[in-house]
Design a protein around this ligand. Structure first.
Ligand SMILES: Cc1cc2ncn([C@H]3O[C@H](COP(=O)(O)O)[C@@H](O)[C@H]3O)c2cc1C
Ligand SMILES: O=C(O)c1cccnc1
Length: 314
């Protein structure tokens, strides 16, 4: 009913029908999830989950694993890209570091996480969401996690390593081949694993599981979510494959430059709001898209109706 009320209000606003294009759809959608025809964004929440990955032993990143903990310190000191973008929206950056000194197991050798580790990471994500948030940006930091995301996507949707890997932090052709080989080895090792959550345990990582947990909690709290890039969408894909409609509360913030992001968005049935060639993660693309979402919300909520403004033709 909130969605219908928001759509009805949209139809009365002082503009030709549809003239605000996709902004209208976004404004109505936010109204539906917030349960009001005049949605607002006063309390955006930005949370970043960090984890380390055993699969980095396969030489899959252009950067060493220490960068994960170093970037966590940078987030806490306000020096990262996401800090600047969050500040633009009056949001703090909350950082949840998940056992950085205990990387997940190398998924080419065995399951990345035990069931208990997977549940703990899902719960960390679940617990991080503020029910008072009116929109949520979920970001990540974890050297090696574009390989993890590629492995998850390949296992959930089919295809080979080469179909799903990209250059991540900027690996060369040899690095790209090592990534594809690692994903293929993971697929072979975990060929008998079925079920999205079991796949998450076998091939995922703590920050990826935590992102999925946060997105699920947001759905329950009716908090709209802005999806970031390839890794965030791989986390979202676990929910999508587990439960139809699990991502109804999520909008794709942007199309990342990571090779297979377009294919992944297609699998999720999501159209990105922006395409700026970003390939950073941290929730940065989602935070940039938040500006567009705010534009949709101010129009939906602040415009006068034809009747209010005395404009003819509504
Ligand atoms: C300084 C720095 C800051 C980052 N912020 C996000 N990422 C991004 O890069 C990583 C994934 O790429 P790969 O799979 O190639 O390791 C993730 O940590 C992601 O968030 C960063 C990477 C670096 C080096
Ligand atoms: O799409 C992303 O989120 C991404 C791409 C490259 C590196 N880190 C993140």
């Amino acid at each position: 009913s909130a969605l219908a009320a928001a759509a009805q209000r949209n139809g009365q606003l002082t503009k030709p029908p549809g003239a605000l294009g996709r902004l209208e759809e976004v404004g109505i959608w936010i109204g539906g999830w917030q349960g009001r025809a005049q949605p607002q964004i006063d309390h955006p929440q930005v949370v970043i989950f960090a984890g380390n990955h055993g699969v980095t032993a396969q030489g899959v990143s252009a950067f060493p694993s220490e960068v994960t903990v170093q970037m966590v310190a940078n987030f806490r000191h306000g020096g990262a890209a996401i800090n600047q973008l969050a500040r633009l929206h009056g949001a703090e950056v909350e950082v949840v570091a998940l056992e950085l000194d205990r990387p997940t197991a190398d998924f080419t050798q065995g399951p990345a996480m035990t069931e208990a580790e997977t549940v703990a990471a899902l719960q960390a994500g679940w617990n991080a969401v503020s029910p008072k948030a009116d929109i949520l940006v979920v970001g990540e930091m974890g050297i090696g996690n574009t390989t993890v995301a590629a492995a998850l996507a390949a296992k959930l949707f089919g295809g080979t390593g080469m179909d799903w890997v990209g250059r991540g932090t900027g690996v060369d052709d040899a690095g790209l081949t090592r990534k594809a080989k690692a994903v293929d080895a993971g697929l072979a090792r975990h060929a008998d694993v079925t079920g999205p959550l079991q796949v998450l345990a076998a091939l995922g990582g703590r920050e990826v599981a935590a992102m999925a947990g946060a997105m699920a909690r947001a759905r329950v709290e009716r908090v709209p979510v802005v999806l970031d890039g390839f890794i965030a969408c791989a986390a979202a894909a676990v929910l999508h494959c587990a439960t139809p409609g699990a991502l109804d509360h999520a909008v794709a913030g942007h199309l990342s430059a990571e090779g297979a992001h377009a294919r992944l968005l297609e699998k999720l049935g999501k159209q990105p709001l922006l395409s700026l060639g970003l390939r950073l993660g941290e929730g940065s693309g989602a935070a940039v898209a938040l500006g567009v979402i705010r534009a949709a919300v101010v129009c939906q909520s602040g415009m006068a109706t034809f009747a209010e403004a005395g404009v003819s033709g509504g």
